[in-house]
Design a protein. Sequence first.
Length: 122
Amino acid sequence: MTLQELYQNIGGDYGQVMRILRMEKLVDKHIRKFSQNDVVERLLAAGRADDPNELFEASHAMKGICGNLGLKDLCELSSRIAEEYRPGNPRRLSDEEISQMLALIDAKYQKAKEEILRYEEG
């Protein structure tokens, strides 16, 4: 599987990540590290604990990582959660909507991890 095929399989934007990182070897290096990053686990744990501060911090960090890696779906979902829990912002989404978004993040992240593993195996 090529790097472009990996991005296609995980719903990523290969063009975006190449505009940001500019070199395929950097994209390769950082996408391999993505599945080892604990930011998604932090976000999911914050959701289970209903910790608004950690929901903001983890989702904001995830938004940056996913944005830089061209993982547009995960970036968009984490951005919505970050804005929901940004200090000073009024809540607009229900707890159920947040739970659904977190479940979707988990599913998309698990799919990305599986595909990254397939990519690493060659």
